[in-house]
Design a protein around this ligand. Structure first.
Ligand SMILES: Nc1nc2c(c(=O)[nH]1)N[C@H]1C(S)=C(S)[C@@H](COP(=O)(O)O)O[C@H]1N2
Ligand SMILES: [Mo]
Length: 311
C-alpha cells in the first residue's frame, strides 16, 4: 500500500494497449451488444461501455488472484450458500436496465441510471485485498469510482450521518432468496466518513471488464479495510439516514457481526480466531493485518473508539 496521495493520475500513465484490449474484452463479453444492434433504441439495450480507466495509486503490488479464482469462489447468498453457487446460478440476474435509487437525508432524491453512475468520475483500477470474515482472502483488480463522487452530488443534509445500501430483491432472478438464509433484501451500512473515504469505491468491473454477475453486477460496494460482507453487491438503493443502519448480518446474528466489522486480528469472531487467513491459492496461512493492511489510511477514522466493543 503506497502512502496516501491524491488520486489524480497523469494520462501518461495509461497503457494504450491495455485499454484497447479492455475495450475489446468489454465488447466481446457484452451480451447486450448483439441485441442492441437489433433494436431501434440504443438506450434500451446498449451496455454502459466501460470508459477508459486509470491505474490507481491506491493499488497493492501483491500478486493478484486469477480471474478464475475471483469469479468461481464467491459469497453471494442470493444465489446459494456454496462458494460455487454464484458462478453456477447468477446467470439469471438481469443487470440491464439498472437504476439506483437515492433517497433520505439528501438535497434531491432521484434515480440514477447505471450509465450515469459510471460517468460520475474517472474510473480507476484498484487492486485491493479482500478479507472474508470466514478466514480467507483474495487480491482483486476492481474497476470503479470513489463513492464520494456520488455522495457529494447527493448533498447530504445535517441529519445524513450514515449511508444505507440495499441489494436487489428479486426471488425470480435470485433463487437463494426463496430460502430464509438472511432477511432479504441484503442491507449494509457505513458511517458517512467511512463512505466518503477515498478507499471506498463503487465497483463496476474487475480484470478490465464489467463485473461478472457472481461478483455483484452491475454495481457493488468495495470497502477494503472491512470484512468482505460489508462490500454489498448488486445495489439498487442508497439512502442517507440519521440512525445507524442495521445490516442483514447484524440482524441475523448480532453477537457475531457488528456494524463496524473492521478487519482486526486482535478481536476474534466468537467462533474462530481472526489472527490469520488463507490467501486463496496458497497453502500456508498468513497473518491478518490490522484494517486489512490499510491502517495508515483509515486508523484515524476510529481514534478514541473501543474496537473490541465496536466490532
Ligand atoms: N448482496 C450481497 N452482497 C454480498 C454478499 C452476499 O451474500 N449478498 N456476500 C458478501 C461477502 S461475505 C463477501 S466475502 C463478498 C465476496 O465478494 P466476491 O464474491 O466478489 O469476492 O461479497 C459480499 N457482498
Ligand atoms: Mo465474506
Amino acid at each position: 500500500m503506497p502512502a496516501y496521495r491524491p488520486a489524480a493520475i497523469a494520462p501518461s500513465e495509461i497503457t494504450p494497449e491495455s485499454i484497447y484490449l479492455n475495450r475489446r474484452e468489454w465488447l466481446q463479453g457484452s451480451a447486450g451488444l448483439a441485441l442492441a444492434s437489433l433494436l431501434p433504441s440504443a438506450e434500451a439495450a446498449a451496455p454502459a461501455a466501460l470508459p477508459t480507466f486509470y491505474k490507481s495509486r491506491y493499488s497493492t503490488s501483491e500478486a493478484k488472484n486469477s480471474f478464475e479464482e475471483v469469479t468461481h469462489y464467491n459469497n453471494f447468498y442470493e444465489f446459494g450458500t456454496d462458494k460455487s453457487d454464484p458462478a453456477e446460478h447468477a446467470g439469471s440476474l438481469r443487470t440491464r436496465p439498472w437504476t439506483v435509487e437515492t433517497s433520505g437525508e439528501i438535497g434531491k432524491p432521484r434515480r440514477y441510471d447505471l450509465d450515469e453512475l459510471i460517468k460520475l468520475a474517472a474510473l480507476e483500477e484498484r487492486i485491493y485485498r479482500l478479507r472474508c470474515v470466514e478466514g480467507w482472502s483474495m487480491v482483486i483488480p476492481w474497476i470503479g469510482l470513489p463513492l464520494s463522487a456520488l455522495l457529494k452530488q447527493l448533498q447530504p443534509n445535517s441529519r445524513g450521518k450514515y449511508v444505507e445500501f440495499t441489494s436487489l430483491l428479486a426471488p425470480d432472478q435470485m433463487p437463494g432468496q426463496k430460502s430464509r438464509t438472511l432477511d432479504w433484501p441484503y442491507i449494509e451500512g457505513l458511517r458517512l466518513d467511512e463512505a466518503m473515504h477515498p478507499l471506498t469505491i463503487l465497483a463496476v468491473g474487475l480484470y478490465g471488464r464489467p463485473l461478472p454477475n457472481q461478483n455483484g453486477a452491475p454495481i457493488r460496494l468495495v470497502v477494503p479495510w472491512k470484512y468482505g460482507f460489508k462490500s454489498i453487491k448488486s445495489i439498487v438503493r442508497i439512502r442517507l439516514v440519521e440512525q445507524q443502519p442495521v445490516s442483514s448480518w447484524t440482524r441475523s446474528i448480532p453477537t457475531e457481526y457488528g456494524f463496524y466489522s473492521n478487519v482486526n486480528p486482535e478481536v476474534d469472531h466468537p467462533r474462530w480466531s481472526q489472527a490469520s487467513e488463507r490467501r486463496i491459492g496458497e497453502f500456508l496461512k498468513r497473518k491478518t493485518l490490522m484494517f486489512n493492511g490499510y491502517a495508515d489510511e483509515v486508523a484515524s477514522l476510529y481514534k478514541g473508539m473501543d474496537l473490541r466493543r465496536n466490532f
